[in-house]
Design a protein around this ligand. Structure first.
Ligand SMILES: [Zn+2]
Length: 252
């Protein structure tokens, strides 16, 4: 009887171990939507997918569209995001005018599809969309409103006291070698700021890493990432990797 109990216990331990290893190795299905002008998206898609894959198990699908119109077509197909755990946006679609398209995009994330928004994504999908300044649906998704950036200067990144996996291991302060700091005109009260950036602007330091709760969706945002040299930093790739995990609800 005792031997049988021991055998049963051993089987249970083995089953739990196998289950744990399967869960531990389950890769996140990441869709990276990237493209248009003003940034080196060709190299950035490689920096992001390689750097994050080295840190967290992840399978990357990359949609690199040369135009905002091509991106719109891809993201207008019914169920376009269904196969992915999280959508990472590294785009610069500042002159999109189609409010119905942006509203539908936001609806996908409001319903729960996790998203990560990088740099010029913060200047996309609201400049030329009809509606009240700073209160358009993409602003609600981001939890923020920004229209401009200041002069190119290194940014000192200072993390806040918020205890969060995306910044837990980050040094209290670190500096980029190059930078393009976004100035925020508004931050929604659904956000939590994880780090500020200081480039010596007269407007003072600005939020550079934050998270937003948008309906059922987790949205992780950073305005850092204009230059490849910033994106290649281990501090940056660690933060984005953990931000992706958090957005996808895998932060436990
Ligand atoms: Zn930029």
């Amino acid at each position: 009887m005792k031997r049988r109990t021991n055998f049963a216990s051993a089987c249970l331990v083995l089953a739990l171990a196998l289950t744990a290893s399967v869960y531990a190795e389950e890769p996140l299905k990441v869709l990276l939507v990237t493209g248009e002008k003003h940034h080196d998206y060709e190299n950035q898609k490689a920096i992001l997918s390689k750097g994050v894959s080295e840190r967290i198990p992840s399978e990357w699908t990359i949609w690199h569209h040369k135009t905002a119109e091509a991106a719109k077509q891809a993201m207008s197909v019914e169920g376009w995001a269904d196969a992915f755990d999280v959508v990472v946006y590294n785009i610069c679609h500042a002159v999109e005018k189609d409010k119905a398209f942006v509203d539908a995009l936001c609806k996908t994330h409001h319903a729960g599809k996790p998203a990560v928004a990088i740099h010029c994504t913060m200047h996309s999908y609201h400049f030329t969309i009809a509606g009240k300044e700073g209160e358009k649906e993409w602003n609600r998704l981001l939890g923020a409103y920004s229209r401009r950036h200041g002069a190119h200067k290194p940014i000192t990144v200072k993390k806040t006291v918020v205890d969060h996996p995306a910044t837990k291991e980050m040094p209290a302060e670190w500096a980029t070698t190059q930078g393009e700091l976004y100035v925020l005109k508004k931050l929604y009260d659904t956000t939590t700021v994880l780090a500020y950036g200081d480039a010596g602007y007269k407007e003072g330091q600005q939020p550079v890493i934050w998270l937003n709760r948008y309906g059922a969706g987790r949205i992780f945002c950073t305005t850092l990432g204009h230059h490849n040299s910033t994106m290649e930093r281990p501090e940056y790739l660690d933060m984005i990797s953990k931000g992706i995990k958090w957005a996808a609800g895998k932060d436990k």
